[in-house]
Design a protein around this ligand. Sequence first.
Ligand SMILES: *[C@@H]1O[C@H](CO)[C@@H](O)[C@H](O)[C@H]1NC(C)=O
Ligand SMILES: *[C@@H]1O[C@H](CO)[C@@H](O)[C@H](O)[C@H]1NC(C)=O
Ligand SMILES: *[C@@H]1O[C@H](CO)[C@@H](O)[C@H](O)[C@H]1NC(C)=O
Ligand SMILES: *[C@@H]1O[C@H](CO)[C@@H](O)[C@H](O)[C@H]1NC(C)=O
Length: 207
Amino acid sequence: MKMVTLALLFFLVGLVTKVSALNTCPKCGSIEVPYPLSTSENCGDSRYKVYCKNGSLQFLSAKGFYYNILSINPSAYKLVISPPLIQKNTCYSSDLTLGGLLLDENLPFNISTRNTVMLLNCTDNILLSPLNCSLNSFCRQFENVELGNGCRGTLCCHYLKDSAMTSHMIRVRVGGCTAYTSVVNLKPGDPIDSWTYGIELQWLPSN
Ligand SMILES: *[C@@H]1O[C@H](CO)[C@@H](O)[C@H](O)[C@H]1NC(C)=O
Ligand SMILES: *[C@@H]1O[C@H](CO)[C@@H](O)[C@H](O)[C@H]1NC(C)=O
Ligand SMILES: *[C@@H]1O[C@H](CO)[C@@H](O)[C@H](O)[C@H]1NC(C)=O
Ligand SMILES: *[C@@H]1O[C@H](CO)[C@@H](O)[C@H](O)[C@H]1NC(C)=O
């Protein structure tokens, strides 16, 4: 009798786990993976693929570079990925050889309009662009933090990634700008130690 009850209990627990697994994916390390994000074929919506690698949740670019996912806001359809590291004592983003961040245009993700992008170690050509390359540019403050240290004294600029721009890439290249970072929702006067480094992506609601 006892065995039967126990077996039934296991069966029910198994059933409940299976049903919930069909929708929302299990946590990745300590981070929740809300629907429709999908870490495997058995959960989420497969168009919203993300990767759980070694307990850290990652986003894959169209160029095959993995960016750490720092936070997710499912009700706003937004997630924030980490800007690539800048290699020590250089001013090279770790995705430089891939041309920077490029999102697959066939996937339901784009770059939101709340990112202030800073381009670093640019060539003079950048001055023909409408970007803010003045001595007051936010990028001049970034040079003073450890992450941006290798870029100190290089020509740099910032811009708000607004709706007038392509929302699928942040481009860097040798002979252009070789590094970048991004801060979410940056307001003039925000002290640098309150900056939220990240690239905010937005997804199209599923169904
Ligand atoms: C996995 O993560 C642990 C702790 O965060 C780290 O020490 C280890 O090197 C990582 N392994 C791989 C293969 O990335
Ligand atoms: C800046 O970029 C140029 C190529 O455009 C490169 O030769 C130079 O080493 C870079 N500077 C730093 C500090 O990485
Ligand atoms: C450049 O950005 C800084 C910081 O937001 C701002 O104070 C300055 O007015 C901007 N300069 C130009 C030419 O837009
Ligand atoms: C980015 O995606 C959002 C939602 O998916 C959409 O509302 C917005 O128009 C898109 N922006 C651009 C510039 O494609």
